[in-house]
Ligand binder design. Structure first.
Ligand SMILES: [Zn+2]
Length: 290
């Protein structure tokens, strides 16, 4: 596929997902079959965002077929999107179990499938009045839909009213972060500092898959936003830059959390900047062969 066309379709998929408009579903369905893993991944993600608005009877089966996509990241996003449909995704439980049992499947997809199965089962229990979940902000009992939607977005449980409040707060924070991303790495990733660019260039030139600045759930009810996450190795990298340290909430608290959970965290600091590649290589070599 032509690069420019691919970029346009990727942008379109994101727009459609953020529109909150159920009339866009058929356009998203057509994007599910485009010859670009990136476009399919974003279309799948957009269908997840429409959970709660759109008709799940149409969308759940479409997402199920995408769990068989040749591109592992498309499968991953399909799993995540399905969990947003909660009790309505009951028919997908069987396929999610298949992912768990498939030896050829990526570990991160198995982990996400396990999480999706738990969330879908919990939503079914809430719907059948066999379980109760309370909003973590106002303590009100939530519906199965509220549970699934807030778990998908925040990995926490909120009623719709508190969901909207938290969402607005987060969006303002995210907008500021996005505005700060104006340094371009060699692979085109937009990052926030020279140090992050060096790390990005190192990872991409060594063909190490990474996710940059994406929220990751590391423990029940708590998600973090590491600078880099290496899904193949389950390693987190935080760059504590002087220019970014202000907005980072409690560096020590966060480092402790990774430690408590037994996560592999590599911390790099702004004063390492002149030798950043050497230090990163050294710290990475404890976990992977370079
Ligand atoms: Zn609430």
């Amino acid at each position: 596929m032509h690069k420019q066309r691919e970029k346009e379709l990727m942008k379109r998929a994101v727009e459609l997902g953020n529109s909150g408009n159920i009339k866009v579903v058929s356009e998203l369905f057509s994007l599910l079959n485009i010859d670009s893993g990136q476009v399919r991944r974003l279309a799948v993600s957009a269908l997840g965002k429409l959970a709660g608005f759109a008709n799940s009877a149409d969308i759940v089966p479409a997402l199920q077929t995408k769990m068989l996509d040749s591109h592992p990241q498309v499968r991953q996003y399909a799993v995540k999107a399905l969990s947003a449909y909660g009790a309505d995704a009951e028919t997908a439980l069987h396929d999610l179990n298949d992912i768990l049992e498939n030896h050829a499947e990526k570990d991160y997809n198995k982990r996400d499938a396990q999480m999706a199965i738990e969330q879908i089962n919990e939503a079914i229990k809430i719907r059948n009045n066999q379980s109760v979940q309370l909003c973590q902000k106002c303590n009100k009992e939530v519906t199965a839909e509220e549970y699934s939607k807030s778990q998908k977005t925040f990995q926490r449980t909120f009623c719709d009213k508190c969901f909207d409040e938290v969402y607005l707060k987060r969006r303002n924070f995210d907008t500021n972060v996005e505005l700060n991303k104006n340094i371009k790495a060699k692979d085109g990733t937009l990052v926030q500092s020279a140090g992050e660019r060096i790390i990005t260039d190192f990872l991409s030139s060594n063909s190490i898959a990474f996710r940059y600045d994406e929220r990751v759930r590391i423990i029940e009810g708590y998600s973090v936003r590491p600078d880099f996450y290496l899904p193949e190795f389950d390693i987190y990298i935080e760059y504590w830059g002087m220019d970014t340290i202000d907005y980072k909430i409690g560096m020590l608290k966060k480092q402790k959390l990774y430690q408590q959970e037994g996560k592999k965290l590599i911390s790099l600091y702004y004063y390492d900047k002149d030798n950043l590649v050497e230090i990163l290589k050294l710290k990475l070599s404890r976990y992977i062969g370079l």
